[in-house]
Design a protein around this ligand. Structure first.
Ligand code: HEM
Length: 275
């Protein structure tokens, strides 16, 4: 059998290795700075960083979908929504890497976190705002970080993807009152019976080229998986610290359960009762 040959490989470069120039791998691998010497802390820190990257990527995809929706390109919005759903699967799978952690394991480095908590994740908050979960109070941690603060205020004041979807539904001839589109975007969307009725009508139309129903299903995939991430987080918290208060100052599980009760794309779920 012929030996694999290395002769065609490109191995000499004048400057920085092109892979690193593109991926910035060396910079990424230089960002892990555990505060102590417990080996478990590295797993907690890096999985948090991996999840942060996923938050950013999913937020990007949803932004791409919004751009398409704003020009009524409903079919064009399906590809980024599909990518977002698959990337959410990757995000959820990242929890596997923390399943080893018992309360004793977590206690070995928990104090080193100080008041640091995922509650203060600007990217997660942006993603929630994008999905329509809006709570202006949760911007407060960033008031001394003008850039992060400005970005979050902009994200809060912009229409969420759900607002853009509702606008598309209205432009497709569904009868929605003006108050649902001319609203203050910085407050959380209130579920409206007319939007629910529009989704019932959209799903009733079973023609294969019903693009709004395709959109509804693509959004359902995103909402369900986002809920799965939040549920896995709650279980990870239960496993690693029981009902102790959080490092971010919340009651812990009770606060997270209330947070989890907020529904992404609410009428897309409630409409199913009437189908
Ligand atoms: C098993 C390890 C973990 C524990 C024990 C834990 C604990 C908690 C607790 C108690 C809270 C409530 C706020 C507070 O701190 O008082 C919280 C919020 C949060 N955590 Fe974690 N967490 C863990 C892992 C992670 C990881 C890996 C991430 C990924 C970045 C993350 C992201 C978040 C986010 C985004 C919130 C805010 C949730 C919301 O607003 O509904 N957590 N966490």
């Amino acid at each position: 059998m012929e030996e694999p040959s290395d002769e065609m490989l490109i191995l000499d470069f004048d400057g920085r290795v092109p892979y690193d120039r593109y991926v910035a791998a060396a910079s990424l691998h230089g960002l892990q700075r555990p505060r102590g010497d417990d080996p478990g802390e590295m797993s907690f820190l890096m999985i948090s960083q991996i999840m942060e990257l996923y938050f950013q990527l999913i937020d990007f995809e949803l932004g791409q979908a919004q751009r398409r929706l704003r020009t009524d390109d409903v079919l064009g919005s399906l590809a980024p929504l599909r990518r977002a759903a698959l990337e959410l699967d990757g995000l959820i799978a990242s929890w596997q890497g923390l399943r080893w952690m018992t309360p004793a394991d977590f206690n070995r480095f928990r104090d080193l976190l100080g008041e640091a908590s995922g509650l203060q994740s600007a990217m997660y908050r942006r993603l929630e705002f994008r999905l329509g979960l809006r709570n202006a109070t949760l911007i407060r941690p960033f008031k001394r970080d003008p850039r992060a603060h400005r970005e979050l205020v902009c994200a809060l004041e912009e229409p969420s993807i759900w607002d853009d979807v509702i606008a598309v539904v209205a432009r497709h001839g569904h009868d929605l009152p003006a108050e649902v589109s001319r609203r203050d975007f910085s407050v959380e969307h209130e579920p409206h019976p007319a939007i629910e009725a529009a989704w019932v009508a959209i799903y009733r139309d079973d023609r294969p080229d019903n693009t709004l129903r395709m959109l509804g299903e693509a959004l359902t995939e995103v909402a369900e998986r986002f809920g799965d991430w939040r549920y896995h987080h709650l279980n990870a918290v239960r496993r690693a610290m029981g009902a102790k208060p959080g490092t971010g100052g919340s009651s812990g599980i009770g606060w997270l359960e209330r947070s989890l009760a907020r529904v992404v794309f609410p009428e897309l779920w409630s409409a199913r009762t009437h189908m």
